[in-house]
Design a protein around this ligand. Structure first.
Ligand code: MTE
Ligand code: MO
Length: 302
C-alpha cells in the first residue's frame, strides 16, 4: 500500500504544477519509489502572540496518537489509513447566511497570511497535547463571505468519502462528521483554520488539508478535513451531541468543574508525561474567552 506523507503531498501547493508533475514523474519513473523531498514542505508562517510558551509535543506524538473516526476508532488507525483521503483538488464551500458565498480552493486558503499558533488541545477523553499549528483566523475567511445579520451560528462538515474512509462503513457516528460554533466563538481571534503543523502541511491523520482548531473547547469540536462551512440563524446539529446528548453538549467548553457522566474532567494526562495535571477552565484560555459566556449557566450549557 502506498502511504502518502506530507512530504509527498505538499509540492503541488508551492511548486508550479508543471514542475510538480515533472518531479513526480522523475520520482515515480526512476525506481518506482516515492522519495521524500526534503525541505520543500515548509509553510512560511509568522509567530503569534496567542501561542503558549509550553513545550510542544513531538511530531511523532502528534501524528501517531489521533482521533479521526472516519479512519477507525483506534488511536493508531488514522496514521495508517488517513493517507487514502485525496486532498487535491479540495474545496471548502462557504455559504448560507452570507452576502457573498464562495467556494474556496485549497490554493486560495493557503494564500491567507499564515501564523504559527502553539495551542493546548484537551481531548474530552482526558488526555492533552501541545501542538504547533500553522493556520489563520477563521474570522478572516468568514469576513470575505459577508455574513448577514441573521448569521448567528456556523456549521462545519467533514468530507464524506466512503471509498477513501474505511471507518465510515461502521455507523459509529451519523456521518458526515458535523460540528458547530456560535458566531462570536467562530469570529474569536483564537479560533483558527489550520493547514499545517510543525511548519509543514497538515498530515492526513491531523485533518488534511484544512481543519478547525478551537483551543478552549474539547478536541472533538476541532473538526478535520472540512468541506463545507454554513452560516445559520439556528444552532446546527453536531455529531457527538446527536450520538450522546447527555455526554456531549453543543458548547463543550473545557470545564474541570463539570464532569463527563462517566468520568471526571478535573485533570488530564499530557501525552508523553506520567503524572496528571489539573485541567484549567477553558483549557487555560479563560482570560481571552470567558467573556463570551457572561451570564450563561455553564453547567446547563455544557
Ligand atoms: N472529522 C473528524 N474530526 C475530528 C475527529 C473525528 O473523529 N473526525 N476527532 C476529534 C477529536 S475527539 C479530537 S481529540 C481531535 C484530535 O485531533 P488530533 O488528532 O489532530 O490531535 O480531532 C477532532 N476532530
Ligand atoms: Mo477528543
Amino acid at each position: 500500500m502506498l502511504i502518502r506523507r506530507a512530504t509527498d503531498i505538499l509540492p503541488s501547493e508551492i511548486t508550479p504544477h508543471s514542475v510538480y508533475l515533472n518531479r513526480r514523474q522523475f520520482m515515480l519513473g526512476s525506481a518506482g519509489l516515492l522519495l521524500p523531498v526534503a525541505s520543500i514542505a515548509a509553510l512560511p508562517a509568522s509567530k503569534s502572540g496567542y501561542s503558549t510558551a509550553e513545550k510542544p509535543n513531538s511530531r511523532q506524538d502528534i501524528t501517531s496518537y489521533n482521533n479521526y473516526y472516519e479512519f477507525g476508532t483506534g488511536k493508531d488507525e488514522p496514521a495508517i489509513h488517513a493517507g487514502r483521503l485525496k486532498t487535491r483538488p479540495w474545496t471548502v464551500a462557504v455559504g448560507g447566511e452570507a452576502g457573498k458565498p464562495h467556494s474556496f480552493s485549497i490554493e486560495e486558503l493557503l494564500k491567507f497570511p499564515l501564523e504559527e499558533r502553539i495551542y493546548r488541545l484537551r481531548c474530552v477523553e482526558g488526555w492533552s497535547m501541545v501542538i504547533p499549528w500553522v493556520g489563520f483566523p477563521l474570522a478572516s475567511l468568514l469576513k470575505q463571505v459577508d455574513p448577514t445579520s441573521r448569521a448567528k451560528y456556523v456549521a462545519f462538515e467533514t468530507a464524506l468519502r466512503p471509498g477513501e474512509m474505511p471507518g465510515v462503513a461502521r455507523r459509529v457516528l451519523d456521518w458526515p462528521y458535523r460540528e458547530g460554533l456560535r458566531i462570536d466563538e467562530a469570529m474569536h481571534p483564537l479560533t483558527i483554520l489550520a493547514v499545517g503543523l510543525y511548519g509543514e502541511a497538515l498530515p492526513g491523520q491531523n485533518g488534511a488539508p484544512v481543519r478547525l482548531v478551537v483551543p478552549w473547547k474539547y478536541g472533538f469540536k476541532s473538526i478535520k478535513s472540512i468541506s463545507r462551512i454554513t452560516l445559520l440563524e439556528k444552532q446546527p446539529p453536531t455529531s457527538w451531541n446527536m450520538a450522546a446528548p447527555s455526554e456531549y453538549g453543543f458548547y463543550s467548553n473545557v470545564n474541570p468543574a463539570v464532569d463527563h457522566p462517566r468520568w471526571s474532567q478535573a485533570s488530564e494526562r499530557r501525552i508523553g508525561e506520567f503524572l496528571k495535571r489539573k485541567t484549567l477552565p477553558f483549557n487555560g484560555y479563560a482570560d481571552q474567552v470567558a467573556g463570551l459566556y457572561r451570564g450563561m449557566d455553564l453547567v446547563k450549557n455544557f
